[in-house]
Design a protein around this ligand. Structure first.
Ligand code: BGC
Length: 526
């Protein structure tokens, strides 16, 4: 596949063709121990986010986030009418969480800070000391347990106090995010050395608005989507440059961002139009972000700029719906990451189309002009959007590396990957999912030369899964949401992941059938 070279569109299409033998379902069934191992400097971790696990929504001075406010007003947002008011109650049970992380043997824990817990008004004029102390204690305890915190500054829970501004539609939010980040660097920079600025702009700006799926944002398709991307990426760059200038010289930390990336597999591999569709989708929906930061030229990719400009023109707009960065902003964005975090879960079948009943006009979907379909060939053991197609992981990693020169020196970290199901502890499908996706990462490292330095399983434990409530779960540990202490129980996938972490290889036969032996013997702590 060749991670290390830049490849033109037609070459990429050929590459896709060569890979078509991999394109069907769980392409290969492996057995035995993987022939490759994870390199010594490859890090393993688990991930969560504040709203999804903390609970304590109104305790110890915390302000409301837009999720608190929205879900209380609209309980019908989730099928089970649930919310994150209590969730796994990690605010009170964080020592239990640390114990689970130790049991897994991973070295890193990705978590997020709740913005309104630190700044109940969203702004720097009032800092909630109880919230501040909570995270300090958590970081100290993690470090005592030899676990390195990886901290997301913004994982969607914006303080409600800032909602009136219009959220990402307003550039003022950029300033407030920068103020909040500065406070975090001052408060925790001695303990936290790896920061993630923003989580998944595409979900927030495009998908979230489109389906009103994740975010209570008002939709103005095709305009808001790009304004949101524009402002959020600018916020990322400003936080990066702030840290670089004022904090990095003495705190020596690293800072990156997380992009959600799906793999668009050509629907009919024999149809050149479908081959093109996959490439167009990746350029529009991954390239739009990655080009700003990881390309040699900077700015929005010419492909995206031309497409949105010309669509805007045809639609009678006097200006492009895709805003322009100033020269200074282009420079601030370019190279503004010490790593690229990617959250990859699933793949879809891509084909070109000029219209679709589900697309608003105008919209990013319509500008992209690519339909995404599911296929019965790829299992969906939980949430309907999550199909299992492990080769998508390797393909997306290669696409990124092949298209963005700076990724030769700036590593990729998989900051989220995981499977949803309905909560069973005998989660054989999740075991296979992790084995197969991790194996694709091994192939990307060893056979394709991709620069991948870490992996975080989503999620440490069952969480509040946004618009699914608690009806599907992603945890390595099951949470009994009805028990007073939110009891945590390891699923089979926890044992399996712990073994991978310990041996740095995948044992495809480790958990394949009902387990009858004492599985704890395989864990580092028991
Ligand atoms: C998000 C998580 C979410 C996960 C599974 C990612 O998009 O960062 O918050 O729970 O996917 O849907």
């Amino acid at each position: 596949m060749g991670c290390s070279n830049g490849v033109a569109l037609n070459q990429l299409l050929l590459v896709s063709l060569n890979l078509l033998h991999l394109a069907r379902g769980r392409s290969e069934v492996y057995s035995g121990i993987s022939k490759y191992s994870f390199p010594d400097d490859f890090i393993f971790g688990v991930a969560t986010s504040a709203y999804q696990i903390e609970g304590a929504w109104n305790e110890e001075g915390k302000g409301e986030s837009i999720f608190d406010t929205f879900i209380h007003l609209h309980p019908e947002y989730t099928p089970d009418h649930s919310n994150g008011d209590v969730a796994a109650d990690s605010y009170h049970h964080y020592m239990d969480d640390i114990d689970l992380i130790k049991k897994l043997g991973v070295s890193h824990y990705r978590m997020s800070i709740s913005w309104p817990r630190i700044l109940p008004n969203g702004t720097a004029n009032y800092i909630n000391l109880q919230g501040v102390m909570h995270y300090r204690k958590l970081f100290v305890e993690l470090l005592k347990a030899n676990i390195i915190p990886v901290v997301t500054i913004y994982h969607w829970d914006i303080p409600t106090a800032l909602e009136g501004l219009g959220l990402w539609k307003n550039t003022t939010l950029v300033d407030y995010l920068v103020d909040y980040a500065r406070i975090l660097f001052n408060l925790y920079g001695d303990l936290v050395k790896i920061w993630v600025t923003i989580n998944e702009p595409d979900i927030v700006c495009a998908d979230g608005i489109k389906f009103n799926k994740y975010l209570p944002e008002e939709a103005t398709h095709g305009l808001n989507e790009y304004v949101c991307i524009h402002n959020m990426l600018l916020a990322h760059a400003r936080v990066y440059r702030l840290y670089e200038k004022e904090f990095k010289p003495y705190q020596n930390g690293k800072l990156g961002l997380c992009l959600d990336v799906i793999w668009p597999e050509p629907k009919n591999p024999g149809n050149p139009e479908d081959l093109k569709a996959g490439e167009i989708y990746s350029r529009m929906r991954i390239g739009i972000y990655a080009h700003l930061i990881f390309s040699e030229d900077g700015d929005y990719p010419p492909f995206v700029r031309e497409r949105v400009n010309s669509m805007s023109h045809k639609q009678g707009y006097l200006q492009s719906r895709l805003p322009y960065y100033t020269e200074e902003e282009v420079k601030a964005l370019q190279g503004s990451a010490d790593f690229l975090g990617i959250n990859h879960y699933t793949s879809f079948l891509a084909s070109q189309s000029s219209s679709d009943p589900s697309w608003a006009v105008p919209s990013m979907d319509q500008d992209t002009g690519v339909r995404l379909d599911k296929t019965k060939a790829w299992p969906r053991p939980g949430a309907d959007w999550l199909s299992v197609y492990p080769p998508g992981m390797r393909k997306v990693l290669n696409w990124l590396q092949n298209n963005f020169k700076l990724l030769e020196r700036i590593p990729i970290i998989i900051t989220e990957n995981g499977l949803s199901d309905f909560g069973q502890t005998a989660d054989y499908e999740r075991v296979s999912y992790y084995n197969d996706y991790l194996y694709q990462i091994l192939l990307a490292i060893h056979e394709d030369g991709c620069n991948i330095k870490g992996y975080f399983a989503w999620s440490l434990l069952d969480t509040f899964e946004w618009n699914y409530g608690y009806t599907v779960t992603f945890g390595l540990f099951k949470v009994d949401f009805n028990s007073p202490n939110k009891t945590r129980t390891p699923k089979l996938s926890a044992y399996n992941y712990a073994k991978i972490v310990r041996t740095r290889r995948i044992d495809f036969d480790f958990i394949k059938a009902p387990v009858t032996y004492n599985i704890w013997q395989y864990l580092p702590y028991h």
